[in-house]
Design a protein around this ligand. Sequence first.
Ligand code: IPD
Length: 277
Amino acid sequence: MDPWQECMDFGVEVTKEAGKMIREALQKEISVREKSSPVDLVTETDQKVEELIISSIREKFPTHSFIGEESVAAGAPSALTDGPTWIIDPIDGTTNFVHRFPFVSVSIGFTVNRQIEFGIVFSCLEDKMYTARRGRGAFCNGTPITVSGQQDITKSLILTEMGFKKDPEHFRTVMANMESVLSIPVHGIRAPGSAAVNMCLVACGAADAYYHIGIHCWDMAGGAAILTEAGGVVMDITGGPFDLMSRRLIAASSRGIAESIAKKIQPFCCGRDDTEN
Ligand code: IPD
């Protein structure tokens, strides 16, 4: 008997409800506020969707813990413990949501003993529900998915994101990293605007890798489960082991491609999710 399957099934149902709420909100006027910078946005819908997800799950599983993007923004702790923990991004791709750009997702990762047991990413405007249970494969709308398996970086399509910090040093490093990867050469770089969707795009073979410095555990947890179950790898940007709370990752279709990217990019300081930044 799988102790966490019931949680996953419940999580999928709640995620569908959340996706419905997001699609309905897109029919109305969207009121936007700034968070950490003028390009880090939040809407009423981010907060309402997170409330819906957390209250539904808490009612069913009252002893479980939560790390939610909007709860952390409001002052809740984001330390990962050994207990069952739901790591939630109610709208991953808020800027896309604000502009009605079609990659907007609900992302949930579930950890026990700090290990990700399952991931759920609902790209709700595309109506694609990605799911993965540890050891049981990855799926999109119930159909198994696998990474491209591409080993040759010069034949790869790479995803990344520019992030929200715009101080000159950060900006220069992000641009220098893109230049360095492009000059390998690779077939191209894309920035779809939702970290969770990016990992699912690699998981289903539409892209070969995704790297990012400065994201958060709620952007990565669901997608990391889906990518690894689809046969991909996640690692730190230095080539070391992936650390969910480190705010950085390379997610790739093969270890070879991930290592090639690790050799090309320079880290910059972005703090951790489990310490004061
Ligand atoms: C953001 C998206 C975006 C990435 C940011 C994330 P949010 O998530 O994943 O692609 O560039 O770093 O924070 O804020 O829309 O949930």
